[in-house]
Design a protein around this ligand. Sequence first.
Ligand SMILES: Cc1cc2nc3c(=O)[nH]c(=O)nc-3n(C[C@H](O)[C@H](O)[C@H](O)COP(=O)(O)O)c2cc1C
Ligand code: SF4
Length: 575
Amino acid sequence: MYWLVGRYSTLLLVLLGAVVTLTLALSSSIGWYWAAVPLTLLTLLGIYDLIQPRHAIRRNYPVLGNLRFLFEFIRPEIRQYFLEDDTHAAPFSRAQRSIVYQRAKQDIDKRPFGTQEDVYGDRYEWINHSMAPSQIAEPNFRVSVGGPDCLQPYAMSAFNISAMSFGALSANAILALNEGARQGNFAHDTGEGGISRYHRQPGGALVWNIGSGYFGCRDESGAFSEEAFVRNACTPQVKMIEIKLSQGAKPGHGGILPGAKVTHEIAEARGVAAWQDCNSPSSHSAFDSPIGLMHFVARLRRLSEGKPVGFKLCVGHPWEWFAIVKAMLETGITPDFVVVDGAEGGTGAAPIEFVDHVGTPLREALRLVHNTLVGVNLRDRIRIGASGKIITAFDMARVMAMGADWCNAARGFMFAVGCIQAQACHTGKCPTGVTTQDPVRQRALVVPDKAQRVANFHRNSLHALAELLQAAGLTHPNQLRPHHIARRVSSSEVRLLSALFPELEPGELLRGEFRHTLFRVGWPMARADSFQPVQDLTTALAAVHLAQTHATTAPTPAEELAGNTNGATAPVPGQ
Ligand SMILES: Cc1cc2nc3c(=O)[nH]c(=O)nc-3n(C[C@H](O)[C@H](O)[C@H](O)COP(=O)(O)O)c2cc1C
Ligand code: SF4
């Protein structure tokens, strides 16, 4: 009995309070209604809690139990505003978010007093400066994208907006991003949801991201349609075409946009029926082999009148990437660019296992892609873009030192248009209007103001990159090499990235000189006509083991690979 009273004490107290205050309100002064009304409402809530079937805690602790849900609801904000420290990244730290807000709002982005980084902590990284700093007059760094078969090369900025669809983002967010890209003369990736009217309206340069749903270039059955593709690809606003093979946050996972979210505008952009489930399969139907992918690249380039065509991927099995490179060699068709997306990349929504544990992180993947292209003498005709938590100029410098020609940022630009990292993107209830289709919530995002911030963030980030380059004595990010960046690997050891991620010699793979285990084992496994390996990894490891003469102390390929996978040593470039 005591337990029962204890559990229901809050309800009993508010009930008692309601009875007393109502009696006083009726008998003495109507001022008592100020207390009687809320207490009566709480009593009714408590009675509802007792009978509702969904929440055990509310049935056992009527009234009081609701506090749990209230606290759970405001937990992210409490953590973010009161508990989180400046450098704790979840997924972006307060310091990272602040630098975007400051650069976007033209606030002071300098820090007083000194670093908050632990410069003696493992994984601390820095760029080595020069005694002879350079001078950069104009930090508008660009790279020309377009190989020998491209008729309309595009001068890509070193920093661009990564793929995010209309549908994942609100109309106002797309408008602000594209207008910002127009003002700053850089590229805005459409995301796989097609080219919406909100992408077109401001007129900023577009990279058209084409996923397995072929949104904007599909027929009624969902297959790739040449006619629909040409209609969009040949518009002057589309500067490049990016076949999306996979995305770091959910590689190998398709997606369904539920019918309830497929508004008329989203349906129009995607070329699908409104209010019907909209499916993105986990793989493409226009090709099913590496050679097929290369022919698809050539087909899109021809149909788009020679615009740069490339693909975006998160690296998985290395031999599948090698198979694509072998297909380039076999067909003589090369993409104009490859965008490497790291496993640390973002998404509108994905299963937690995929977000946390599928895909190769950016640095290893980037090094692998760069090295393979160097090893087959194709690096000079294929440009590499990179994305994965790139926020600051140092993030840019690091990936460019490791092989990227340009950087893309998705969530960085979301911060620029007002995202506060509430992480409710998948609920449709984004508090800042960035990832919601609710017109009332979207009002929070004022397009002209946020477009200006997008342009500011881009410009100020490149300015910061120029300052870093000047300090290192360089004049363009394309001069950055892994030896410019140092990393602490233990309390008493520091390595240059060039030692941690060695570079292949040009043509090394063509000559069959496999100095590094990953290539020695993985390259022979790959075949241009299939993503399936010639043989499985165990057989390939055994074959390499048999073929090479080992000193008794030398590790076997399997041991070397295991060492690399564990991150213990890194003799293999990129893995
Ligand atoms: C809301 C959202 C939607 C995205 N949609 C796409 C998409 O349609 N196609 C795609 O290739 N990548 C998509 N991405 C991945 C980003 O383009 C980018 O590759 C990834 O988030 C890494 O960049 P970041 O770390 O700067 O966010 C999306 C990311 C986010 C956050
Ligand atoms: S504010 Fe929150 S819900 Fe809105 S885009 Fe940012 S993380 Fe997503």
